[in-house]
Design a protein around this ligand. Structure first.
Ligand SMILES: NC(=O)c1ccc[n+]([C@@H]2O[C@H](COP(=O)([O-])OP(=O)(O)OC[C@H]3O[C@@H](n4cnc5c(N)ncnc54)[C@H](O)[C@@H]3O)[C@@H](O)[C@H]2O)c1
Length: 338
């Protein structure tokens, strides 16, 4: 018998990643969709097979649903994810884990009380080039990491979310809270923590709403750009830029500078990882193009989530790790920013 899973929130991330990846997973035999916009839940149930429910309680109170994806907007995660855990479900929560460290800590408390798995969708850890880079760094093939540089930017969420307009929740302070920092920045913060086996402890940052406007033509209430300097616990130094105003192709690149060479990740479309060594060697890896808003391939996250439930393993991205990344975002934006 396969597993029955539920999905809360039936917008873009559900349509492009969670629903297709659950459907493709051999251990899942039914998907139950819920959205407070009932029509969206019905449409996805039709598109992917499965059924929709009209209230979140139906999903929570169904003992046959063992796992839930929380794909609601940021401000609802601490409610939906905590409730799902307390109803005995394993949860895969979308990033950012919550709209504040305080709210994230409530989720972790619920997780501890429930004894259920909590995984967070920091999917950058799963891409082929990041995995390969991690292996090279872990084996110290290039010696120790000294510095790093990362950026993540695209044209903005108003062309991605289910509401394709400038009225999108991504632009609202009370719903997104952290703007591009919590949308794209947190992915790279988590990636740096993962690749370097380290944690960012000090930040200097500038952020602003430079260009995006809301449905009334006013500058948005959250940042559309962040630039920052970062220092890790182990003393590595780095810089990062996060943007919703890169009005060309997406930039998802990272460079890691080590004692004996450099790792260039997602700088080149065909060679997703390029290793340059101090003595002049250049090794070009052809792995897999990274997913972009236009190019959706399997992220591997759903399979990892199901696998950790079946084999009773620690999730590949834990609540504690997601909290650590959220703390950095809170430091970048300061107390008022998030
Ligand atoms: N991991 C990634 O790469 C990635 C990419 C995009 C979005 N996300 C995250 O996924 C989440 C959803 O983003 P999206 O792009 O799908 O947004 P979206 O606007 O396309 O969809 C959100 C959906 O959630 C529903 N919803 C909101 N609050 C709800 C609630 N309390 N109960 C039930 N339904 C609710 C909305 O009606 C909407 O249908 C966000 O937290 C976002 O940061 C993650």
């Amino acid at each position: 018998m396969g597993m029955k899973v539920g999905i809360i929130g039936c917008g873009s991330i559900t349509k492009f990643r969670h629903a297709p990846e659950y459907r493709a997973n051999p251990h899942v035999d039914e998907i139950v969709f819920f959205d407070r916009n009932l029509q969206r839940a019905k449409e996805l149930a039709q598109q992917f097979g499965g059924r929709s429910v009209e209230t979140i309680e139906e999903l929570f109170n169904d003992p046959t649903i063992v796992a839930v994806s929380d794909c609601s907007s940021n401000e609802a995660h601490h409610i939906n994810t905590a409730q799902a855990l307390l109803h005995g479900k394993h949860v895969l929560c979308e990033k950012p884990l919550a709209i504040s460290v305080k709210h994230a800590e409530e989720i972790l408390k619920a997780q501890a009380a429930s004894g259920k798995k909590l995984m967070v969708d920091h999917n950058q850890r799963f891409t082929k080039a990041h995995q390969k880079a991690k292996e090279i760094i872990d084996k110290k093939e290039l010696g120790e990491v000294l510095t790093f540089k990362s950026s993540f930017g695209h044209q903005g969420p108003e062309s991605w979310g289910v509401d394709k307009s400038n009225a999108t929740w991504f632009f609202k302070k009370e719903r997104s809270h952290s703007g591009v920092a919590g949308d794209l920045g947190i992915h790279k913060i988590d990636l740096i923590h993962f690749l370097l086996d380290d944690e960012i402890e000090d930040v200097h940052a500038f952020y602003a709403a430079l260009d995006k406007v809301d449905e009334n033509g006013k500058p948005i209430e959250v940042c559309d750009n962040v630039v920052c300097a970062l220092k890790t616990k182990k003393g590595r130094l780095g810089t990062a830029s996060f943007s919703w105003t890169y009005y060309g192709s997406e930039d998802n690149s990272t460079t890691i500078y080590c004692q004996k060479g450099i790792l260039k990740i997602y700088h080149h479309p065909e060679h997703q990882l390029i290793v340059e060594t101090k003595d002049g060697a250049v090794i070009k890896y052809e792995l897999e193009p990274i997913q972009t808003n236009e190019n959706q391939t399997s992220s591997g996250v759903i399979d990892a989530f199901i696998d950790c439930i079946i084999h009773d393993k620690e999730p590949s991205v834990t609540g504690q790790q997601a909290l650590a990344s959220l703390k950095v975002i809170e430091k970048i934006l300061g107390e008022n920013g998030i």
